[in-house]
Design a protein around this ligand. Structure first.
Ligand SMILES: [Zn+2]
Length: 367
């Protein structure tokens, strides 16, 4: 079966919608065309020139990178930086570049899922829920069309609350309208006041499905003018956001726990705060730069906070309340390659998916 960049993007964006990316981020197709055929994919954490050369030698026509090579708008592309040279070579060699980054960080089956399985942590919820991810739709439908419209909204992705689907609230009432000469009322006559028995349907839906939900409503509602309201909700989805909170199967002392993560994640060097003397059971973790998560972890009463890019004073701040652990940025995110490979392998059997073998960590350790 032929696979196009569009097919890969669709599957990845179903896992991690582009709308979930942070505002500073740059995700999705960065270089190339969605209509190009794909045979081999190379997955990398960072797209360096060495990784690009690897894509040529392994005959890959699509590179999927976790970190974007373009963050800021470019005024010219002349080859003065490695990012520009990669873009030039990618275009010359017809290699597409796709980025999946903070949108993968915030979804439940994303970056955190692989790490939590690796460390045998049972996740409870995200550490820092993403705001404004839920909307509410209220609409008014003639009684005999309520089932059709409601089902269409469910089908389009509305009405899911945690492990429950098909959630809605409905009540019947009377709607009124009077169309002018230009109208074609579904019930009643133009220029005549009309009252109709209608069902008010209310459902919630994820923010990024707004267009799909609105299209489903318009397609299935019988009126030429559909009355509806859409609201942003303050409610948070406990499964969409940065990091996670969870529990180890069995308590461990702090020393053993550090040894455990060092071994499981193959980390050369760990920086950590003073031991608190408590056993480790509840874990809070943010892969990548996560120093803002320390405060949330303390509020969650986690025994340990694991992340990277922490500053000197971060290790002082909470004294004996929590063990603070910095495992390194690259080390905390390197398993993203495994996650993406197994996800793409499951979804596409006719293409080859490779993980880059280049060690792209720009931070070196001198022992
Ligand atoms: Zn990162």
């Amino acid at each position: 079966m032929e696979v196009f960049v569009r097919d890969i993007a669709d599957v990845l964006e179903n896992l991690a919608p582009l709308e979930y990316a942070e505002s500073y981020d740059n995700v999705g197709l960065i270089v190339g065309s969605l209509h190009k055929k794909v045979k081999n994919i190379l997955i990398t954490l960072d797209l360096t020139e060495e990784v690009f050369d690897e894509s040529i030698s392994r005959k890959c026509d699509l590179i999927i990178s976790f970190h974007p090579i373009i963050f800021m708008p470019m005024k010219n592309i002349t080859g003065k930086t490695f990012s520009e040279r990669i873009i030039i070579h990618a275009l010359k060699n017809d290699i597409s570049i796709y980025v999946i980054h903070t949108n993968l960080d915030v979804v439940w089956e994303g970056t955190s899922s692989y790490i939590s399985k690796l460390l045998q942590i049972k996740r409870e919820k995200v550490l820092f829920p993403k705001k404004e991810t839920i909307k509410k739709l209220i609409t008014y439908v003639p009684i005999n069309y309520a089932v059709k419209v409601r089902n269409a909204l469910f089908e389009a992705g509305a009405g899911n609350i945690s492990n429950y689907s098909h959630c809605s609230f409905n009540f019947d009432g009377l709607g009124s309208y009077m169309g002018n000469m230009k109208t074609k009322p579904f019930f009643g006559k133009k220029e005549t006041f009309h009252m109709e028995k209608e069902t008010c349907i209310s459902v919630i839906f994820p923010d990024y499905k707004l267009n799909i939900i609105r299209n489903a409503l318009f397609k299935n509602h019988p009126y030429e003018e559909v009355a509806y309201e859409i609201y942003n909700l303050e409610n948070v989805n406990p499964y969409v956001g940065i990091g996670f909170v969870g529990n180890l199967i069995e308590k461990m002392n702090e020393y053993d726990f550090l040894l455990f993560i060092k071994k499981k994640m193959n980390i050369p060097c760990i920086r950590h705060s003073n031991f608190t003397g408590k056993k480790i059971k509840k874990i809070a973790m943010i892969t990548g730069s996560g120093r803002l998560g320390i405060e949330f972890s303390v509020k969650e009463e986690a025994d340990v906070f694991i992340s990277s890019d922490l500053k000197y004073h971060d290790f002082f701040k909470y004294e004996k309340k929590i063990l603070i652990v910095d495992i390194g940025h690259y080390e905390s995110e390197k398993f993203t390659k495994n996650l993406l490979k197994s996800f793409l392998d499951k979804n596409f059997t006719s293409i080859s998916v490779y993980q880059s073998e280049v060690h792209t960590n720009p931070v070196k350790y001198f022992y």
